[in-house]
Design a protein. Structure first.
Length: 212
């Protein structure tokens, strides 16, 4: 059962306790006042009515508790299970501002990584390589990077277009060239890495003396 639904039902059960008690008190008061023996002292009528009202409230509450006990137990077990699951996820109530900021920073980094992976379909419809949030490194400013190869990363950020709407932007960053290269298709990454790989291979060939 979803937490929001469980909380709504729990609030309803809490309200039922009050309604049940009032219903029992009113029923007891009406019964006590109506059927008070005519021959008895009238000064004691209100006191007797009050006593019957209290008895009615007790009876109604006891019966309601017995009827709702299974449902209450179920919700209690669900609350315990939710608390345990929260503890397992490591989400705890912060003890101070510094701990709260640490939790929020971690959440912001994970959020950026997931957003980068989620929007990656715009440049990679294969849904295999760039859509894995575990490969993205998020940052608290909302940006993220994806390690592709030594000295080469894919950078993600959100940027407003001409209509003022924030859209994801992917650029290729390399160690030997500080100029970001816009990426609109995963093929752009391939075409950029191929000549780099060729240059690296040629550099290795030149560094290794020929044995022939």
């Amino acid at each position: 059962m979803r937490a929001s639904v469980r909380r709504s039902v729990q609030a309803l059960l809490d309200g039922t306790d009050m309604v049940t008690m009032l219903a029992g008190a009113v029923s007891g008061a009406v019964t006590g006042y109506t059927y008070y023996p005519a021959g008895f002292d009238t000064d004691l009528r209100l006191a007797a009515t009050g006593a019957v009202a209290l008895g009615g409230a007790f009876v109604f509450t006891t019966v309601a508790d017995a009827v709702l006990a299974p449902l209450r137990r179920r919700f209690a077990q669900a609350n315990v299970a939710e608390a345990r699951a929260t503890s397992v996820r490591g989400v705890a109530v912060p003890s101070g501002l510094s701990e709260a900021l640490g939790q929020i920073a971690t959440a912001a980094e994970e959020d950026a990584a997931h957003r980068a992976a989620q929007a990656a379909y715009r440049i990679d419809l294969s849904d295999q390589l760039l859509s894995n949030p575990g490969r993205w490194r998020g940052y608290t400013n909302g940006e993220a990077t994806y390690y592709l190869a030594p000295g080469t990363v894919l950078h993600y950020r959100r940027e407003e277009n001409e209509r003022g709407i924030a859209e994801p932007r992917y650029t290729l960053l390399t160690a030997d060239d500080p100029t970001p290269v816009p990426v609109t298709n995963v093929r752009d990454i391939f075409e950029d890495l191929v000549p780099r790989a060729r240059q690296m291979a040629e550099a290795l060939d030149e560094a290794v003396p020929s044995t022939v």
